[in-house]
Design a protein around this ligand. Sequence first.
Ligand SMILES: [Zn+2]
Length: 363
Amino acid sequence: MEEKILKRTAVFLTLISVLICGTIFYFPQLRAVSELWVAAMEEYKLKITAEQMNMTGLELLEYNNEQAKQQEDKDISFDSQLRLELPLGVPGNELKISQDYVTQTIDIKIPFADSEYFYHYPMLGRSDNIDSLTYEGREGYGVVEIVTSQVFEVESSYDKDYFYIDFLTPKEVYDKVIVIDAGHGGNAPGTTKQGVNEKDIDLDIVLKLKEIFDAKDDRSVGVYYTRTEDVNPSFENRVGLANKSGADLFISIHNNATQSGRMSNINGTQVMYDELDEDILGSRGLAQICLEEVTAQTGSSNKGIVEGNDIFIIRSSHVPAALIEVGFMTNQTELNNLKSEEYQEKVAQGIYNAVMRAFAEGY
Ligand SMILES: [Zn+2]
């Protein structure tokens, strides 16, 4: 392997340079030679700078592929999407991968990788499905950050020399895929009544729903959440998670208020859907299922399904979508209910039942 030889040569040259530096301290007449050698090394470095330093991560990947092809005079073949060379002495299990599905960002943390790691240990692979690829050397480690065009599950493996990363679509991993969205969050509280923020009730319900899904531990169903904490993803990212994961269902959880915002007798559960979606197994049917299953659990009054095409995340969803307005925060009884854990658990159970029923009915 020519790469190996290069690496050994580099180590050898470093050792020699230390020796030379030590020697010329005692033998100044050798200084001229060493200066030539230093100049040669500088030129080598400049070559990297000129050709590669200005490339984007993706350009560098393509460049590396070309170089490898020329060096080995054939296509480098491995089954995965990407192949990283492990820094000398770093076992594959010391690399850490973290993933943010909402922004489709994958971070790979590599110990003992300096800022030039990427130039000396080229990453090879395919650039399809990758929107951007960056490398950053930090204190004591390097981070490869990959933003993909779709939602993927990352599968990694390694051997003695290399770390392999593969992208699997959610549908390659799960039979059914759901995206659950808790409304608002962060600096967007939604409706606020008597010191209670809608964003917190929406999230509490979603976290209870997550507990139900987690307890079932059903490996055939993949559930993605737009948020599981007090943050406010953009509307594009929320609906993007549904569209880019090829989800079967997209369910958003909100709570209602009267238009004036004043307390009133108006109460009950409503579900919004895209009235322009004409599929039989589309938004309308899903909304009806959600409405029936949630009211069956909570006993809240059924205020019907409502047209919701003017709402961005409903209109922009390419998958069947329902936005559940669980109850009215402007109704005292319902507000008290929505604050209670017991009621939130019933809502979560109702949504879970709706999801399972939708799947049973062919979604
Ligand atoms: Zn809301």
